[in-house]
Design a protein around this ligand. Structure first.
Ligand code: F6R
Length: 610
């Protein structure tokens, strides 16, 4: 979603803002803009453009047309009002003395806008964001921090703001509520940004702004206040990954680079939690007794993170003998969920900022459930607000469609299920150990499969002409097929659906005809015979079937049109391998169709609106 950058220091701000915005392109956007304080006259000058940042570069002659050492920049992902130059940020106050960039949604903007219009403020755009700048102008009496605090108290929704006041040419202001915003600390210069990649070429020392906090940045210092207006001492952290982690490293796209990074991401996620065969999450707020008493687990997430919950249900129910219910986060909040003192909630989120997931988590907490989050971004809202957090260590994921983060979430959840099963005594120790050993050897198996992508390229060329592609599976394979299908539709724009293969005969068989492309996921061995019957049924109607099977499996050889073999692994660790061919398939189909793979249309990386 929208991206924010800001710079204050001795260098020219505009080129730094443009480069920073380019690093945030992965979040998804349709227009962009920058604003700087012109040095001599303390005047705000800005430029905005529809489309890509290259347009803004051209318009501003790579930033040289806007001189000044203090500025803010923005990439917009339209929510209120069409993508257009007028609707893009920055928005300026009527007197042109305040400029603002905003990420998030203002829920009560209509009532505020009506009041401000009555008071004589003239709106130029259709956005909710413009309301904030007029509100600031209304409250501004020479004290920017006071105006920001007053405005924030009236705004409902989510907002990360970068703000310039022409009266304070040596200050850059920032405010954060329910949308991510970080501060980068440099030598004689400071920065703000929505995410770390925008800052990495300048500094690795960052401060994650607390919920409700306000910041005043100068080139030589930073002041911070919490939601109650009390001064906070900055607590910087050092980012332990470097700029290269956010580069393509010779790959054509971030997406394929990140697919290949999965073995490494998995090692980094699993090994810190294992001491020999012991699993340790270091929980302090959820006791072993609570895990023993638990009789229901909600698994909440959106999109791929929800699919992780779908897979996790099979892990938890089999290993821990507990009801495990995956629920779409956007539905959970409004579904009157049954929560008792024995309910546990697991929220899965790569970004840790997804509004639907966060609100669902708040609802679970309000109803009395403790929450464990599985999150990739350190210090993100969901990580901070949950009772316990299991961090995945996938590193920065720049491709909008998740790949490596999804896979490490699966395995973090598996490790948790094994831990909980041991605490509850619901699985044989010998079985738990075998799963743990298999987890440790998974990265090598993943590497060996990913080493050669020619098979993926071949099947992509066979299937890329399809109009609708169906994915079938049973048990965990069904849950994994949901993700395979989502990946394909997200980045190739081919319509695709995943079905539980046993459901075919209850309706979907009607769609099978000569040449219908079907990907049959057949790696869950206990139900292989049933999958073979389902494949025979679709073949009888003319479907063209690509079966994904474990090495050594021969049952499909004379049934499916194509058989794609993947390495076999013990028990539930198979999932991490089964998803790989589907990710590669989606990637190479999208490549053949020349799609914008890293930034598919209409999608955003961190969805901070409900
Ligand atoms: C799909 C995808 C999305 C996200 C979803 C949740 O490839 O990336 O479906 O999984 O928007 O995002 P997080 O995990 O950040 O909460």
């Amino acid at each position: 979603m929208c991206g924010i950058v800001g710079y204050i220091g001795a260098r020219q701000a505009a080129p730094i803002l443009l480069a920073g915005l380019e690093k945030l392109e992965y979040r998804g956007y349709d227009s962009a803009g920058i604003c700087v304080v012109a040095p001599e006259e303390s005047k705000l000058s800005y430029a905005k453009c529809l489309g890509k940042i290259i347009n803004l570069r051209t318009r501003t002659r790579d930033g040289t047309a806007l001189p000044g050492g203090n500025g803010i920049g923005h990439t917009r992902w339209a929510t209120h009002g069409t993508p257009s130059e007028t609707n893009s940020h920055p928005h300026l106050s009527g007197d042109g003395r305040i400029a603002l960039v905003h990420n998030g949604i203002i829920e009560n903007y209509q009532e505020l806008a009506a009041r401000l219009r009555d008071a004589g403020y003239v709106f130029r755009s259709e956005t909710d964001s413009e309301t904030i700048v007029h509100l600031l102008e209304d409250y501004y009496d020479g004290n920017p921090v006071a105006a920001l605090r007053r405005a924030a108290a009236e705004l409902r929704g989510s907002f990360a703001l970068g703000v310039l006041f022409a009266d304070f040419p040596g200050r850059l202001y920032a405010l954060r509520k329910a949308s991510p915003l970080i501060i980068g600390m440099g030598e004689g210069e400071n920065f703000i940004a929505s995410d770390v990649p925008a800052l990495l070429t300048h500094t690795r020392k960052i401060i994650r702004m607390q919920e409700g906090s306000v910041a005043e940045l100068a080139s030589d210092g930073i002041k911070l206040w919490d939601a109650d207006g009390c001064a906070i001492t900055p607590n910087p952290e050092t980012i332990d990954w470097d700029a290269n982690s956010a580069q393509k490293d010779g790959h054509a796209h971030y997406t394929i680079k990140e697919i290949h990074e999965q073995p490494y991401a998995l090692r980094r996620t699993i090994s810190p939690r294992l001491r020999g065969d012991e699993i340790d999450f270091g929980f302090t707020k959820i006791s072993e007794q609570e895990l023993r008493d638990c009789n229901c687990i909600y698994l909440l997430g959106c999109g791929s993170a929800y699919h992780v919950g779908m897979v996790g249900k099979y892990y938890l129910e089999k290993l821990c003998r507990v009801f495990a219910i995956p629920v779409l986060a956007s539905e959970f909040r409004y579904a009157h969920p049954v929560v008792t003192e024995k309910t546990l909630t697991i929220v899965v989120s790569q970004s840790g900022e997804t509004a639907d997931a966060r609100e669902a988590m708040h609802e679970a907490q309000r109803l009395g459930s403790k929450v464990i989050s599985i999150v990739n971004v350190k210090g993100s809202a969901i990580a901070v607000e949950s009772d316990e957090v299991i961090y995945t260590h996938a590193g920065p994921e720049i491709g909008v469609a998740t790949t490596k983060a999804y896979n490490v979430q699966l395995n973090a959840l598996l490790l948790f299920a094994l831990y909980m099963a041991r605490v509850r005594g619901t699985a044989e120790e010998i079985y738990i150990k075998e799963e743990i050993h298999a987890l440790q050897t998974l990265p090598e198996k993943m590497e060996s499969f990913l080493f050669d992508v020619t098979t993926a390229q071949f099947y992509a060329s066979v299937y890329c002409g399809g109009k609708d592609i169906y994915f079938l599976g049973r048990n965990v394979d069904y849950a994994l097929a949901l993700e395979g299908s989502l990946k394909l539709k997200e980045i190739s724009y081919i319509h695709s659906e995943a079905y539980a293969a046993g459901e075919l005969k209850h309706g979907t068989l009607a769609l099978m005809e000569e040449g219908t492309p079907v990907v049959a996921v057949c790696t869950y061995t206990p139900l292989l015979d049933k999958m073979i019957s389902n494949i025979v049924q679709v073949k009888a109607r003319g479907a063209k079937v690509l079966a994904i099977v474990r090495e050594g499996e021969t049952g499909l050889d004379f049934v499916a049109d194509y058989v794609w073999r993947i390495p076999a692994s013990f028990g539930f660790t198979q999932s991490a391998l089964t998803i790989l061919p589907m990710q590669l398939f989606a990637y190479y189909v999208a490549l053949q169709l020349d799609r914008e793979i890293d930034q598919p249309r209409n999608l955003a990386k961190s969805v901070t609106v409900e």
